[in-house]
Structure formats: C-alpha cells, structure tokens
Design a protein around this ligand. Structure first.
Ligand SMILES: [Ca+2]
Ligand SMILES: [Ca+2]
Length: 218
C-alpha cells in the first residue's frame, strides 16, 4: 500500500509537471520592430520602424485572469558599433532588454503616436522606457512592463500581447544569432478543485490502508 501511495504521489507530481511543460511556446522577436513611439527612426527620414506583431493570446489557450511566465531568450545587437568590415554583430549581440504590453485589440497605430496601442491594458511591473536617440522625445506609456523572467497575471479583457526590444533607436538593430525571443508558459496555478482533490485522494488511500490493516487483525 505504501508503494501504491508513493506511486500515486509521484504520478500527481508528474501530471502537474507535464501540465506546466504543455503550455510552453517560444516566439521569435524581431528587435527591429516596436510598439513604442519613434522619431527620425531611421534617421534618413525614409520610412519608419515596423510595428511589433501582436501575439494572439487565444491561440495559445491564454485568457484574462490566468498567470503566465514570460522568459526573455537570447540577445540582439543594438547597432551601437555600426555594421561593416571588422564588426562581428554576432559577438556584439549582447542586448537583452525586452518590454511587453497587453491589449484588448491587435491595433497598432503609426510610430508618431505616443499611445500607439489604443487597447493597452496595464499589467506587470511598470517600466519607464528611454527617450528617442534623435530629438530626445518621450516614449513612455503607462501600461507596458519589463520582460526578463517574469510571471504576470493576464489582465481581464486582454486578447493580445505586443513584445518588443527596448531601445532608443530601432533601425540599426539585428538578431544575428537568431535567438532573441520570448517563451510563454501558462503557469500552472492548480484549479482550487485540484488542490482539494489531491489531499482527499490521499485521505481515501490512507483510510483504505487502515481498513485493510483492521480486517487483517479481526
Ligand atoms: Ca539600436
Ligand atoms: Ca512605461
């Protein structure tokens, strides 16, 4: 019986672990893209920084109220030393800064709007983003948060997550090692029913063992 009890406990742990693993998704993030305001980016004035691609939470089985783990992976090159002969971007790719913002919609306005994510919903630890390299203009919005190894509760009403590198000038960024990204795991906060079930299941096993021991002695 004791062996069965141990086996049962191990099975429970394994089930919980497999549930944790089942929810992990890795998404590559292009450090050229952002959801922040940009100014003279690129400095030539021709074109603009591409927008961050919204991640649909529903497609990952994530909804408002759930806790998710966001892990920043890899690193990008922020372009500080330029490009060309003698510049090994893969070795200079040491920037890891990452930010995110939840939104009710996938709408991202043009780069010249400060509040580019009209459906933005506040969550996580606030981050004050840097001003732009050209013009020293404010980029900070209230609802975004830093992503490192972060557990955050998805706010109610959120359907999308925008993720971006944090930088002051985006047009010279690159991902030479192809490893800059975010891993999203549905944190398994067990359902209250599961928490109640586990001790009661153990209790039943204990009761059965007692009863069996009693039947041997009678
Ligand atoms: Ca840069
Ligand atoms: Ca902010």
């Amino acid at each position: 019986m004791r062996i069965k009890l141990v086996t049962f406990s191990l099975l429970s742990v394994l089930l919980l672990c497999s549930y944790l693993e089942a929810g992990a998704t890795t998404i590559s993030i292009d450090p050229l893209n952002t959801f922040l305001f940009t100014n003279n980016d690129p400095w030539s004035g021709n074109g603009s920084v591409p927008g961050s691609v919204p991640i649909a939470l529903g497609s990952l089985g994530i909804s408002g109220g759930q806790f998710i783990q966001l892990e920043q992976l890899g690193s990008f090159y922020d372009g500080t030393y330029g490009y060309g002969p003698g510049v090994d971007a893969s070795k200079l790719a040491v920037s890891t800064e990452m930010i995110g913002v939840f939104s009710s919609t996938n709408v991202l306005l043009a780069p010249n709007f400060l509040n580019r994510v009209p459906g933005a919903i506040d969550a996580g630890m606030p981050v004050v983003t840097w001003s732009t390299l050209y013009g020293n203009m404010a980029t900070d919005i209230l609802q975004d948060f830093r992503i490192a190894n972060t557990i955050v509760q998805v706010p109610l009403g959120a359907n999308y997550l925008f993720v971006a590198a944090e930088d002051i000038y985006y047009s010279d960024n690159s991902n030479p090692n192809g490893n800059y990204g975010v891993r999203i795991t549905v944190a398994s906060v067990p359902e209250p029913s599961t928490i109640v079930l586990l001790p009661s299941a153990l209790g039943i096993l204990f009761f059965l063992r007692k009863r069996r021991a009693a039947s041997y002695t009678s």
